[in-house]
Write a protein that binds this ligand. Structure first.
Ligand code: PMP
Length: 305
């Protein structure tokens, strides 16, 4: 990832990809306190556009606020940086990664006295859970790792350190031959995937865990809520048990990287017909219409670069 051509926006400047470096005594590298975003830009008929840029930047600033980090740039500057990175790297469609972290002036748990930094990188990234998974659905395993408790790590921050839990869950699931993990909260209710929110559909009603289950307030999750409303589908946010997923008619993950990925199996139990369900397909297709600029109702969610 480090050895390639291109430009990365780093603390206010465009630098060569290979020169975007930090010191080994960087505070965030030792203690894990940092925050990031995952954003996508899509090719539309009007040119390349970043999807829900403002919402992602707002979440980055909220994550920093929760972690008591003051980002030394304005939201406008961070938005402009993201547009500039896509342009500079001549990307038609891509994934963007803004990251803010604590510098290397001093170590010790207290971050006080360290500078806060910010980068934005962007690169081409296809279907996160595989092109085949988007069509046929993926195989998921309930994780033996519990999702964060809401008062242990801060679940509404997209904090770097939160992802150790995601890495453990994803590694366990993929080592066991599955595509992704489903994590339960500390009370045993369904929370989310290692990097995705989860939805199930039963008798035409769409269900997703409410955020008290420790799931991130996903921007794609919110997009799905809008899509369901447009399609006349009832959505219920509630506690969901793992066996409700087993007996659901359909299930899918949502996320910026994962987009809308159907789930065809949990713990070797086939969900519904064992392939992408008909309502999931409708929601997926509406999603791609929106991100690719084919639905004028949501043109305001697309920021041209
Ligand atoms: N949960 C977790 C743990 C995630 O990492 C992500 C990806 N950012 C999501 C949910 C989905 O969020 P979004 O739709 O905003 O990408």
């Amino acid at each position: 990832m480090a050895d390639r051509d291109g430009k990365i926006w780093m603390d206010g400047q465009m630098v060569d990809w290979r020169d975007a470096k930090i010191h080994v005594l960087t505070h965030s590298l030792h203690y894990g306190c940092g925050a990031f975003e995952g954003v996508r830009a899509y090719k539309t008929e009007q040119g390349t556009a970043i999807f829900r840029l403002e919402e992602h930047t707002n979440r980055l600033f909220n994550s920093a606020k929760i972690l008591r980090m003051t980002i030394p740039f304005t939201k406008d500057e961070v938005n402009e940086a993201q547009k500039a990175v896509v342009r500079e790297n001549q990307l038609e469609s891509c994934y963007l990664r803004p990251l803010t972290w604590i510098g290397s002036e001093k170590l010790g748990v207290s971050p006080k006295g360290n500078k806060i930094h910010l980068i934005v990188a962007a690169w081409a990234w296809g279907a996160y859970l595989g092109e085949e998974g988007m069509q046929r659905g993926i195989r998921v395993k309930t994780s033996s790792f519990t999702r964060h408790h809401v008062n242990i790590t801060m679940t509404q921050a997209k904090a770097s350190s939160n992802y150790t839990n995601s890495i453990l869950a994803n590694t366990e699931a993929t080592d066991d031959g599955y595509d992704e993990a489903l994590l339960l909260d500390n009370a045993g209710f369904v929370s989310e995937g290692s990097g995705e929110n989860v939805f199930i559909i039963k008798d035409g009603v769409v269900y997703t865990p409410d955020l008290s289950a420790g799931a991130l307030n996903g921007i794609t999750r919110n997009t799905v809520l809008h899509i369901c409303k447009d399609l006349g589908l009832e959505v219920v946010q509630k506690r969901i048990t793992r066996d409700e997923v087993y007996i659901a008619d359909e299930a899918f993950f949502s996320g910026t990287a994962a987009e809308i990925t159907p789930i065809r199996e949990l713990d070797r139990v086939q969900i519904g017909s064992g392939s992408r369900g008909p309502l999931t397909e409708k929601i997926q297709s509406a999603f791609f219409d929106i991100v690719n600029g084919r639905n004028p109702k949501y043109a305001h969610w697309l920021t041209k670069v």
